[in-house]
Design a protein around this ligand. Sequence first.
Ligand SMILES: [Zn+2]
Length: 449
Amino acid sequence: MKRLWSGFVVVASFAAVSAQVPRQGPVVFEGARLIDGSGRAPIESAAFIVEGDTITRVGSKGDLQTPAGSVRVDLTGKTVMPAMVDAHTHPGYRKRLTFTGDNYTRENLLDTLNRLAYYGVAATLEMGTGRGDLPFQLRTESHPGAALFRTAGRGFAMPNAGPGVPMRDAAYGVTTDAEARTYVQALAGKHVDIVKIWVDDRGRTVPKLTPALYRTIIDEAHKQKLRVVAHVFDLADAKDLLRAGIDGFAHLPRDEVADDEFLSLVKQKPDVFFTLTLWSERRGIFGRTPGWLGDSLLKDAYSAEEVRQLAESFTTAPQDELDRSRRTFDIEKATLAKLRGAGARFGVGTDSGGVSGGQFFGWAAQIEMESMVAAGFTPAEAIVAATRNSAQIVGLDRLGTVAPGKSADFLVLDANPSTDIAQTRRIRDVYLRGQRVDRAALRERFKTQ
Ligand SMILES: [Zn+2]
């Protein structure tokens, strides 16, 4: 049933995309090291063919038959990997240094999709903070040089107890089973890509969505062939959500390290996914002076003032805040080691645009992979999480791998991230739906927007 639904989404997006891609002959990209997103060993001197918006053939340079009249692009010395997918964002509220509901406009959402594309992100999933019809209009569209938009529409919490301000009123506040079912049915009518719930009392400051209500939401969502993803904090809630049939987690439990009971519940449900949102623990991971703050790529889409304030969030944070973040990261790291051992499924989700996520769309997805490696993942695992797995989580099966039949969404890198994950930031080019993104033009636009 799940497969059927995601198939429907793919067909819809394909139609929207192909309408806008100009006809062109086959293009052969050859000579690059190819990391295909499946986790297989790279092909050292690869060749692949793109026709229109689709990858039609993949193999080794010299072995691959190329159609007559093909255009050739020599990528010798480069590395190619699939474009990334950020499976957890809150677009629309942040604009430069401001953070308000008034920012939730078509123009601002499109600007965010451009920023994501600039950093190599082909699609994103808005996690339950959609406003009005705008997100549903955007998800049917495809804009050259912009990431695709997918959405959970409005998520669920107890009244006035969901996402942080100023996003709080975006969520449905529910107190009865009847309300919960009605709202899930309304979301199903709008073809949301997933259903989001918040199960967190925010340090006992708000009421937590009750087990009875989330069971009703999950039951109704599954009847409507929709998956449900949960924001959690406490391990005990994560366990009960697994018993209730949850499909994925937007964050790791972070109050204590996963125990055997949790691991056995995860093993019983191998399809359950985790996005890690490690960006919020960046101070605990990188300390006061992250090496990446000096990376010129950060400044391409974000202003000097934004970068200065980001730097200050490290240098001027009180020591106890750093220590707290370090303790949380240590818990997450220990849990991740166990979950990796249990064969759990990980995607990349940054929480960009949210309260702890900041406005660094695209950049944060890049840093998330470096954070995963700091948490014990190999670079290859981090890349699979950011590409194939995240595409599956969002339900965009044409994204996430460089393989025949897939959408031609890939990055050309000047360096090899197989041994140093930071090299995914050495971006030479980004291709989306077969078209090279004009990143120079985007840089100019970011200066004025
Ligand atoms: Zn979030």
